[in-house]
Design a protein around this ligand. Structure first.
Ligand code: SF4
Length: 217
């Protein structure tokens, strides 16, 4: 994803985000001149500048889905069965005391990326994984985007594990069609908040003993 310019339009607000990776400053300034002054937002990658325009743009029928991403990595053997690529989303409303990844709580610590770029990255690295894990942050805070991501990954036959700080019962109780779509199309759900007092002996893939590994929820 180096030396790239990625344009992301948020379908719900029409905001345009331009991800600039490895481009010369002059190029960035040319875009600012054409697109207007935006807001530079923080990004997890030190070599990337992201500009979000403050004026909403009109979404079109060709808009891609996007998601707030904290980072994406491969070859994990601790985030679900086998060797996995991991999509870690940014933003978490659960806020468990003692959380190991507080840096993922604020969406602004991540960056908005198109789902197609994530899917492409996963498939370019297909030799490095047996499946994909989506964790956070809290994936169900972005249920519509995660549902789209799950749909595209599942069409390619990938095994999908999702972590949530909410219990399965809470998620079902939302009666949200995107949440329901995720729950009925993934292979494993690891649910429940992290409870620091229950962290000893939590078992494979889990942070605390209250969390459950639920197959085909
Ligand atoms: S749900 Fe996950 S990311 Fe959110 S506070 Fe709990 S452990 Fe941390």
């Amino acid at each position: 994803m180096k030396n790239s310019l990625t344009f992301v339009v948020e379908p719900d607000t029409g905001k345009l985000t331009v991800e600039v990776s490895g481009a010369a400053k002059d190029t960035v300034h040319e875009f600012v001149k054409v697109l207007g002054k935006g807001t530079s937002i923080n990004c997890a990658r030190p070599d990337k500048l992201t500009i979000r325009l403050t004026s909403p743009q009109t979404p079109s029928a060709t808009d891609d889905f996007s998601i707030w991403l904290y980072d994406l990595y491969h070859n994990s053997v601790v985030d679900g069965p086998g060797r996995r690529s991991v999509i870690r989303v940014a933003g978490c409303s659960v806020r468990c005391p003692g959380c190991y990844v507080p840096q993922t709580h604020d969406r602004a610590n991540g960056y908005l990326v198109s789902i197609s770029s994530i899917v492409n990255e996963i498939f370019e690295n297909r030799h490095t994984h047996d499946g994909v894990t989506i964790l956070g942050g809290e994936p169900f805070d972005q249920a519509a985007s995660v549902a789209e991501l799950v749909s595209r990954l599942k069409k390619r036959g990938l095994h999908i594990t999702v972590y949530s700080g909410n219990t399965l019962e809470t998620l079902i109780g939302r009666k949200d069609k995107s949440v329901d779509y995720i729950l009925t199309h993934i292979d494993l759900l690891i649910d429940g908040p992290f409870v620091a007092q229950l962290s000893q002996g939590a078992g494979e893939y889990r942070g605390s003993r209250n969390q459950r590994i639920i197959s085909r929820p």
